[in-house]
Design a protein around this ligand. Sequence first.
Ligand SMILES: Cc1cc2nc3c(=O)[nH]c(=O)nc-3n(C[C@H](O)[C@H](O)[C@H](O)COP(=O)(O)O)c2cc1C
Length: 203
Amino acid sequence: MKRILHIDASYSAEHSVSRVLSKAFITAYQTLHPEDKILYRDLGHFPVPYINETWIAAIHSPPETHTPEMIEALKDSEPLLEEFLSVDSYVFGVPMYGFTIPAALKAYIEHLIRIGRTYAVDENGVQGLVHGKKALFVTSRGGNYPPGSPFGEDHQEPYLRTIFWSFGITDVQFVNASNLVLGDREQSIATAQTKLQTLAAQW
Ligand SMILES: Cc1cc2nc3c(=O)[nH]c(=O)nc-3n(C[C@H](O)[C@H](O)[C@H](O)COP(=O)(O)O)c2cc1C
């Protein structure tokens, strides 16, 4: 039995394309793998707290020296990290906001940036410590971002690839539903749905 962490990050509800698509993937996957366990987290509607100065001090000091404030600062963070480390794979529904990811997802990811837990640094640079896991990012964008696009640059997919690489997770796939505002919305959703159904059978 595999454990999959499904996370949505859109602030919208029923109109969210990334929610519809990530759920479609999970539904198709579950039909094929009913024995697997899906954990769900809705960051768009239930955001995690921001890390803060006390949190930073806490993660850089031995647990036996932690003050009550540091213990409090880590109270929500440690379970998020343990959940992240406990699963086999990840499915994220991620809208593009301001050419990148929503603040709620960035706030979540900051809890995972833990030296000695998700990454290490040595003379060779960053070494990811999370191995044998894979991630699917289902993204939704108003525009389309091929190289040289007049609408700007995609800072979403490169960011997510880089931060997951820093954790050691390099088996990463993207299904991007683009042009949802500037192009043929229905066609873009249908194309993404087809890709996700195919991927669900291979994942
Ligand atoms: C605050 C905000 C910022 C956005 N910024 C961008 C952007 O930079 N580029 C883009 O292509 N679309 C942008 N959009 C459009 C969304 O990516 C698009 O509507 C997408 O469908 C949202 O995902 P969702 O349907 O899952 O909520 C933005 C939408 C919102 C609400």
